[in-house]
Design a protein around this ligand. Sequence first.
Ligand SMILES: Nc1ncnc2c1ncn2[C@@H]1O[C@H](COP(=O)(O)OP(=O)(O)OP(=O)(O)O)[C@@H](O)[C@H]1O
Ligand SMILES: [Mg+2]
Length: 220
Amino acid sequence: MLRVTDLSKSYPTPHGPLTILSDITQTFQRGDAVAIMGPSGSGKSTLLYILGALEPPTSGTVLLDDCNPYQLSEDELAAFRNQKVGFVFQDHYLLPQCTVLENVLAPSLVAKSDENYLERAKTLIAQVGLSERLDHRPSELSGGEKQRVAIARAMICRPELMLCDEPTGNLDHVSAENIAGLLLDLHRQQQTILIVVTHSAELASKFPIRFEMRGGKLVE
Ligand SMILES: Nc1ncnc2c1ncn2[C@@H]1O[C@H](COP(=O)(O)OP(=O)(O)OP(=O)(O)O)[C@@H](O)[C@H]1O
Ligand SMILES: [Mg+2]
């Protein structure tokens, strides 16, 4: 379970603090598939970063299965991000010098589990339809293919929380549909908490739980 309590985020400016998120309280259960929409600058990415243990809130708490990542030591926090959270960024951030297979495997290199990650990586790559691209580097992939690699990579360690920031932002209509379907399929199989930020009403409509970010709050 992901529990967010009284979460606020503000940035200091010369004219005083600029409030982006304001007292958000919300609980997400395992198996939830959530879409968040809202205008540019409303704080959607900021919220994902805070949920993904990448950016501390100004106040309030984030608990993933009763663990507050912002109370962990630096090493524990790195392990938490690696093991518990899968993040798909808009700009995918693949390692340019590594192949598809190596990119998907990367987060598992420091995982402390006896899972056969090579097998899992190949299975995930097959699920995202890229078995014939195992040895391609990101520069040899299309935008949609890169996004699919990023999704496989985010799933490799079986995260409890999967966060996607505009995963179909750069894609044509058909590719966007495919990515959305893929995310929801993988989500059904893995029973993560899936939270997707999107500007596409069509993508959002595929998600059973929908919020809009408005005035620093999540409105259902
Ligand atoms: N480090 C920072 N310092 C000051 N302000 C910031 C900082 N980072 C983000 N902001 C502000 O926070 C607001 C929310 O940004 P955020 O990236 O969360 O928006 P968003 O909803 O994801 O928008 P978009 O749809 O354009 O991606 C923006 O107005 C931005 O200017
Ligand atoms: Mg954003």
